[in-house]
Design a protein around this ligand. Structure first.
Ligand code: AKB
Length: 322
């Protein structure tokens, strides 16, 4: 990777991935594609930026040509709960944008990273330690776009030789930019409430387990897979990765060790619960460990301590962009 384009660089993952990529490859070698506000603080001063509507292939092609791009991180996404409310938008952003990136990559010789998700699985998938290769019959629009995206990315690799790679992200917990419209968002919001000294109302039922990951591990995964030796990759689109699996009671207990007076109550959101119930409890990430040496650093306790430390330092001055 020498010249990188991030499509969707202002979202939850993009806003942190851009900082990390620039620290590794140099600020002028990472071009941040943006679509609409809000923009992270200092966004336009921090390195090259370009306006891109990912549903418009020509705009992606122009950006790739202008900046001599060799690697595209395609992060344009509508998360699971929002996509259920607006399936057409979920499809357009989730899949048409990917197809545009893949076509441009084929024509202009780029590698492409695209996130898949635990949402690519459904109720008929084995729930515990979900294998790498298994049944994928998701019952959400988001999940359908993820499975299609995996297949399409593999197709562009086998048919056209495009260097496509992907990981199935769990819920990602971060402290710079909030996610929006995801089923796993509760596991981010709970920390903001705890640090603000407020009560948290949880939209997901006790006993609902989902895989989760702290942002530094997610960034490491996205960069390591693109740097991996292609000769070692048996799979490509997309790898199971895992760091921790918990239910609302477990994250609540972890936070209560720092804030004994913290209160959580439940007001279950039927849509989010329905989605969560269709997803695995935990993934088996053996293939990622074997093929490109994937290793997460953070478990629930370590992540909780760091989230609280960062939010406590920045609370009051932190701008929550949503
Ligand atoms: C969501 O909840 O929609 C995402 C995901 C797990 O893909 N965070």
């Amino acid at each position: 990777m020498k010249n990188i384009l991030i499509v969707g660089s202002t979202g939850q993952i993009g806003s942190e991935l851009s900082i990390k990529l620039r620290s590794i490859y140099g600020e002028n070698n990472v071009v941040c594609g943006y679509y609409k506000p809000p923009y992270p603080e200092g966004f336009f001063e921090s390195g090259p930026t370009i306006e891109i509507d990912a549903t418009d292939k020509q705009q992606i092609a122009d950006a790739v040509k202008k900046h001599n791009i060799d690697t595209i991180y395609n992060l344009a996404a509508i998360l699971s709960a929002t996509a259920e409310k607006n399936p057409k938008l979920g499809w357009d952003v989730g899949l048409n944008s990917l197809m545009n990136c893949l076509d441009v990559a084929k024509e202009l010789d780029c590698a492409v990273f695209t996130p898949s998700s635990i949402g690519a699985f459904g109720p008929s998938t084995p729930k515990d330690k979900t294998p790498q290769d298994t049944i994928q019959r998701p019952t959400t629009v988001y999940g359908i776009t993820k499975v299609m995206g995996e297949l399409l990315s593999d197709y562009y690799y086998t048919r056209w030789g495009v260097d496509t790679r992907s990981v199935r992200f769990p819920g990602i917990i971060s402290n710079l930019t909030l996610p929006g419209g995801g089923t796993t968002d509760y596991a981010v919001e709970i920390y903001y409430k705890a640090v603000a000294g407020e009560k948290f109302t949880c939209p997901i039922k006790a006993g609902t387990f989902m895989d989760m990951m702290y942002m530094p591990d997610a960034l490491n995964a996205a960069i390591s897979i693109m740097e991996a030796n292609p000769d070692k990759l048996i799979h490509r689109n997309s790898f199971n990765i895992a760091a921790m699996s918990f239910d609302p009671e477990m994250i609540y207990s972890a936070i209560k060790k720092h804030y004994p007076g913290f209160v959580m109550e439940y007001d279950v959101d039927p849509l989010k619960q329905h989605i969560a119930d269709s997803w695995p409890n935990s993934l088996d990430d053996t293939c990622a460990r074997q093929e490109w040496n994937w290793r997460p650093e953070y478990d629930l306790e370590k992540m909780t301590a760091d989230m609280i430390r960062v939010l406590k330092d920045r609370f009051g001055s932190v701008k929550v962009t949503k």
